[in-house]
Write a protein that binds this ligand. Structure first.
Ligand code: TPP
Length: 321
């Protein structure tokens, strides 16, 4: 919070309602702000100071632009008290109502944050619906590849070969590609990030997601105690994950397509697959498989490598179009 008492506000939803909850927050903001815009529009042909009129018009014309509404809001806040003093009756009431709603003058940035168990599995129906709606919300998925809070159950984000609850002899099926599913809409901003691998790319993705006037989905690789790693090295873990191809970095921005460019940018370099098997075996969730089920461990490890190669090659083709 800053010295004016302004800062982020947050609330907890039910696990399964996360996307819908954030969508509702956005809906409430949009409804209030559209009412405010109507009130302001009515004032444009009234007898109010020209400077205030100009700021109101700037606000109405740039309703969903965070930076412009910030500038316009400062001017409006500054000019309203004097304008209220100088007016009376209905006109004064409208000006007072605008001042009373000053908390929604600046465009809010709405973020829906949750894990893979929510995003890929239990909350997927809601997430899909919210992304498809076109609403201007941002979603950040912290992908630990298991349900961490309840002790490490497998989710659809768990990759082939990882040992998790409900996949105690290694998961037999591939990791779901949530990003690809969201990209298929064409109007959803999608990025995959890994803080330890590339902070710059992470910042770019967050800024692009925030400024995109539509739904955005960022999927972040999140090293977790459930992986059986030394958590003091979690930043290094995510760097290695990208280097060996376990995790890839990309940004899909529908605005680029509108400009005639390829919306898909692959940010991670060609992986060094020679490091892939060592990366898997450095984590207990994978190394346990070789100890407990040696008869099929190598086959699943090979499958896991084939999966990541197929995925990366698919992204490469997308980037080259
Ligand atoms: C509908 C519903 N089902 C199950 C639970 C129990 N539950 C609470 S947290 C959690 C795991 C969440 O996993 P994930 O979304 O991957 O987040 P993480 O814990 O990994 O951050 C589960 C299953 C719940 N709260 N509500």
């Amino acid at each position: 919070m800053n010295e004016f008492g302004h800062g982020p506000a947050w609330a907890n939803s039910l696990f399964e309602d996360n996307a819908e909850f954030g969508f509702g927050m956005n809906l409430a903001q949009e409804a209030r702000r559209s009412q405010l815009a109507d009130m302001m529009a009515d004032l444009l042909d009234q007898n109010i100071p020209a400077e205030l009129k100009e700021a109101l018009k700037l606000w109405i014309d740039n309703l969903n632009d965070a930076e412009v509404t910030k500038t316009a809001a400062a001017t409006i806040r500054g000019l309203l008290p004097a304008a209220i003093e100088q007016t009376s009756g209905d006109l004064q009431e409208v000006l007072k109502a605008i001042l009373a709603n000053a908390d929604i003058l600046v465009k809010k940035s709405i973020w829906i944050i949750g894990g893979d168990g929510w995003a890929y599995d239990i909350g997927y129906g809601g997430l899909d619906h919210v992304l498809a709606s076109g609403a201007d919300v941002n979603v950040l998925v912290l992908d630990t590849e298991v349900y961490s809070n309840t002790g490490g159950q497998a989710s659809k984000a768990t990759p082939t070969g990882a040992v998790a609850k409900f996949a105690s002899s290694g998961k037999r099926t591939r990791k779901k590609d949530l990003g690809m599913m969201a990209m298929s809409y064409g109007y959803v901003y999608v990025a995959t990030v890994a803080m330890g691998a590339n902070r710059n790319q992470l910042m770019k993705a967050m800024i692009e997601a925030e400024s995109y006037d539509g739904p955005s989905l960022i999927i972040a690789y999140a090293p977790c105690i459930n992986h059986g790693i030394d958590m003091s090295l979690s930043v290094e873990e995510s760097k290695q994950a990208v280097e060996c191809g376990y995790w890839n970095l990309y940004r899909f921005d529908p605005r680029r397509e509108a400009e005639g460019a390829n919306p898909f940018v692959l940010d991670s370099k060609e992986p060094d697959y020679d490091k892939f098997q060592a990366y898997l075996k450095s984590q207990v969730r994978y190394s346990r498989l070789a100890r407990q089920f040696p008869e099929h461990a190598e086959e699943l490890y090979a499958q896991a490598e084939a999966d990541v190669k197929r995925r990366y090659n698919g992204y490469k083709r997308l980037a080259e179009v």
